[in-house]
Design a protein around this ligand. Structure first.
Ligand code: ASP
Length: 327
């Protein structure tokens, strides 16, 4: 009995000491897409905002791109569960659960859910050379030339892929565009600007500055209503307002740790995330890019997990109905 008590006491002390020591080295936020894209940007801004609530810890971003985000997610699922390797991903966490019949991890079982970060609308873009300046002209042009055009995305199961699929099906295109997969929409954006690809649907965190600089043509936003509160994006109609009934796509981002990360550590990470999302500088930087930091209920681990479970079911039904799979 004495021995068991002594053991329990040692275990409790070492768990406490471990939590005390966390973080004991730099924290890596793994982004499952190439650098220079929208998920990368959210993660880099978050890394800065997390620094202070984590006691001045170094927080770095690592890009582990490929297979629509599933390679980076698998990397985090297999990482040491000590809170120093985390995943920042988006709606792909739920979409790939439907799109890939085999995944190298279980989305609801292999991660500790830490909380959501933001909601981000998407924008439909065209290369600057396209002969269209309004959404109506753009849609007519795509309908007439669909088979000859290229649509860029960040891999099967990525947000840009999902948006491209939903939009083409809502327009009832006779001939789908040829899809070109990139390791992220950062590099895809360069090709869109250069005219090597014709069309892309991407998060406002990647598109806003390019639209503002006039490097690409923007035609519509994917939210149900136009973004009336945003100084630049308010000028673009929603796809619903342009006649695509029920079209409403918003991308959310969230943060995860490997399964088995000690609760003391996940609590510290969740507290830090809650604090980062209240940092006025982070909120402003996100708002400038059309993103909205989420409210408290979705930043709790339980709220986050329940939300993702619902999204998996919703997206799986839609994907199965469309008969579109990545593998
Ligand atoms: N926006 C990309 C996507 O389509 C990913 C990225 O590069 O952040 O999922």
């Amino acid at each position: 009995m004495k021995q068991i008590l002594a053991f329990a006491l040692t275990a409790a002390v070492s768990a406490g000491a471990f939590a005390q020591a966390f973080p004991s080295k730099p924290i890596t936020l793994v982004v499952p897409f190439a650098a220079g894209g929208p998920t990368d940007l959210v993660a880099r801004q978050l890394a800065e905002a997390l620094r202070k609530p984590l006691g001045g810890a170094t927080v770095v971003v690592e890009n582990a791109a490929g297979a629509g985000g599933t390679i980076g997610a698998a990397k985090v699922a297999r990482a040491a569960p000590d809170g120093h390797t985390l995943l920042v991903w988006h709606i792909g966490m739920a979409a790939t659960a439907g799109l890939y019949r085999k995944l190298p991890y279980k989305p609801l079982e292999d991660f500790e859910y830490l909380g959501m970060i933001n909601d981000v609308p998407m924008t439909l873009l065209g290369a600057p050379k396209l002969p269209a300046n309004t959404y109506r002209d753009f849609e007519n042009y795509i309908k007439a030339n669909g088979g000859k055009l290229n649509l860029a995305h960040a891999g099967l199961g990525s947000a840009s892929h999902l948006c491209g699929l939903m939009w083409q099906s809502a327009m009832k295109l006779d001939k789908s565009m040829t899809t070109i997969a990139y390791r992220g929409t950062g590099p895809a954006m360069n090709d869109l600007i250069g005219g090597q690809v014709d069309v892309m649907c991407d998060q406002t965190t990647n598109t806003t500055s390019q639209i503002e600089a006039g490097r690409v043509k923007a035609f519509a936003v994917t939210t149900a209503k136009p973004l009336s509160g945003h100084k630049l994006l308010k000028d673009y109609p929603s796809l619903q307002d342009m006649g695509l009934k029920g079209f409403n796509l918003t991308i959310w981002h969230a943060m995860y740790a490997p399964k088995g990360t000690p609760p003391e550590v996940t609590k510290k990470l969740n507290d830090a995330l809650q604090a980062a999302l209240k940092d006025p500088e982070f909120i402003k930087r996100q708002q400038d890019l059309g993103a909205m930091v989420v409210s408290d209920a979705r930043v709790t681990p339980a709220g986050h997990k329940a939300f993702v479970a619902g999204e998996i079911t919703k997206l799986k039904t839609a994907i199965e109905a469309a008969g579109q799979f990545a593998d």
